[in-house]
Design a protein around this ligand. Structure first.
Ligand code: COI
Length: 349
């Protein structure tokens, strides 16, 4: 089915000093919105960014039927703008929606909405340094009904905000053995609001204890590392890049996949396997050089300088020649059009 997207442009379009904007604080001029009613998507439109009006009975406000994506657009060195790997984000969005019992968005609607919105707000895509435009597609259950049920009505929206560095400095993380992010059979591999809400308290407790984030462990034994904060996690030691394998409890990160692909192409040995925190700590105690880093859309590569287990803290390798920075630079160069995009990851707007 073909969708027509009506556009109401904003006349005044001024970008203030984007670098000084805290992550996710200032929206661009426009947003996309479509409504799902009577089994179909309708009224697709791009409007000036505005607040929503909804019934306090709206299901999303009560039972967590919300799913989102986090993606980025980049200004390339030739002046064009690209959206990074929208296909992979679309596929993950679709899987998350399925898990939360929500309707899918047709791919042509998703792509057309993205294309038109980013084209309209292209002057909000930062072109300096590591700047990018953070794109947040999301869906919420909008039916006004306070009984527990899958909603019959939804809003699909896309909003954007200029973004620079997510973390100002290398992270101190603590191995979390009390709380879990996800359990087998749960929603860990879906990008749904509930996963993030449930992580707030453990993250706050970690911050109060002097850490930036937690290293999540598995729900059964707390021995195996799963993710770090809101990111996938990777380790580089013994000339090998190691990351936990995809499973029902791990998010299929687009940055994760991109970094693993680039590492393999560089001839780096890559292992997607279960990894105990003890293995990392043993290596650090043996004086080995261990790199640890988070990988995610917002943060890209977030170096970890300290891993704590209980009261003990261990230092990871964060010097400039670390492999993680090489991978980060390679990704940056592809996105900026400095290096060839051999995987067709850049969708040019
Ligand atoms: C992302 O990296 O895109 C995330 O989803 C993390 C956070 C901003 C929620």
């Amino acid at each position: 089915m073909e969708y027509t997207i009506s556009i109401t442009p904003q006349t005044e379009r001024v970008v203030t000093d984007a670098r000084s904007i805290p992550f996710g604080k200032v929206p661009t001029e426009h947003m996309f919105i479509a409504e799902y009613r009577n089994g179909e998507w309708q009224n697709a439109r791009i409007t000036p960014f505005a607040n929503l009006t909804m019934s306090p009975f709206a299901l999303c406000l009560h039972y967590g039927q919300t799913v989102f994506e986090g993606m980025k657009a980049f200004a390339m060195q030739d002046g064009k703008v690209n959206i990074f790997r929208p296909d992979k984000h679309y596929d993950r969005f679709t899987k998350s929606l399925q898990r939360l019992c929500m309707p899918s968005v047709p791919k042509n609607l998703f792509m057309e909405a993205l294309h038109q919105l980013i084209q309209l707000d292209a002057n909000w895509v930062p072109s300096d340094g590591d700047g990018s435009l953070y794109i947040r597609p999301f869906m919420i259950a909008s039916e006004d009904r306070i009984g527990v049920k899958a909603s019959d009505e939804y809003l699909f929206m896309i909003v954007c905000s200029p973004a620079y560095k997510y973390y100002a400095k290398p992270l101190k993380v603590k191995v979390e053995t009390q709380f879990v992010r996800a359990a087998d059979g749960g929603t860990g591999s879906a990008k749904c609001g509930g996963n993030y809400g449930a992580a707030l308290l453990p993250s706050q407790m970690a911050r109060e204890a002097g850490y930036d984030q937690v290293l999540w462990t598995d729900s059964k034994t707390h021995e195996f590392i799963e993710e770090s904060g809101t990111m996938n996690v990777m380790f580089y030691m013994d000339n090998t890049l190691i990351t936990p394998p995809l499973s029902g409890t791990i998010l299929d990160g687009v940055t994760r996949d991109s970094l693993l692909t680039l590492a393999r192409e560089k001839g780096i040995k890559v292992e997607e396997r279960k990894i105990k925190h003890k293995e990392i700590i043993d290596a650090l105690e043996a004086g080995k050089r261990v790199e640890a880093f988070g990988a995610g859309t917002a943060a890209v590569v977030a170096p970890i300088q300290i891993i704590a287990v209980g009261d003990k803290q261990y230092k990871c390798y964060i010097e400039p020649d670390a492999i993680m920075y090489q991978l980060q630079d390679e990704l940056f160069n592809i996105r900026k059009g400095i290096a060839p995009d051999t995987h067709n990851w850049n969708y040019i707007v």
